[in-house]
Design a protein around this ligand. Sequence first.
Ligand SMILES: [Zn+2]
Length: 368
Amino acid sequence: MPAEPPTTPPLPALPKVELHCHLDGIIDPPMTRDLLAAGVALPFTEEELAGRHPVTDMDSFLKWYDVGGRLDGSIVPFFPIIAAHIGRLKAQGVVYTEIMIAGSEIPDDPAVRLEQIGAFRRHVDRLEEGKIQVEFLMAVGKGKSPDRIRRLADRALSLHQAGLICGFCLAGLEQGFPVRPYREVLAELREAGLGIAIHAGEWAGPESVWEALENGCPHRIGHGTHAFADPRLIKHLAEHRIHLEMCPTSNHRTGSIARLADHPVRRAWEAGVPFSIATDDPGIFRNTIAGEYRLLADTFGFTPDDLLAVTRAGLAARFQPTLRGPAAALADRESPSGPAACRHPGISIRMPWDEGGTGCLKPNRSSP
Ligand SMILES: [Zn+2]
């Protein structure tokens, strides 16, 4: 814990990157009010959604979806929601973000799928206005039948081929929901050039992260919070530059950690594990990406240079090879020290767009 008061400059000025945000967890009561006032049709009122707040544990997290989940099943309601979200991100200095679209929001019919997600992409292109780069990933919960897994993978492949998504995420519960049944499909997606991210170490311990690494060969781990109980795993993540998408406020609100101060973000920094920070579901947790950066400064003692290194680490772990706007300018500038500049020279991060980046770094839990 820092003894000195934080000296972080006004956070909107600091460029930020967010790699872990679910499209279906963005809407909050004020956004609901504004959209309804603008004439947008939504399947709930501001009061109904506000009645599901605050989200303070797993139970209230799941209950939020009784109302917020009414948006599921189609991409159409998310056109005005993404517009409001991008406006907020720009105001917070976010230069690059990757947002997860749930498989259930992606049409099954191939022609309708390309038409709707293509229209969504063009809508977002217009909203970027040269100030932010917004990319999309497809997110799928575990526990699906083999036939369903195959169909979802085909959706991801077609969207990637059309240039509409750059990655694939396995999300959801961990205990009793292994990555193993997705092994072949994830290898195929990885070979096709999609970035792979797997939620692990959020609801379960290090063994869940090992299982994800062994079976999914992900470029990134969503959360990874409980990976830090295993020193060998920390070493593995650091050496192989496996990026963690850390979500401190989310972990605290869902009960994944008991106290915010317990979050291992500082341990990740000190161990040289590459990571970025994210809100996860800003509408559910009522958090902001600027607030997460502020938390790192105020609670975990990160300096402005440290925070910039976190931003750079996020940019280095992106799934979209081509950068535009301020993200491109930031990537061109010289990299300072910190997790983004590898603390283990000789072992470089391998992204899907690097030469040889589709290869899999097989973990070996028993190696010293
Ligand atoms: Zn998530």
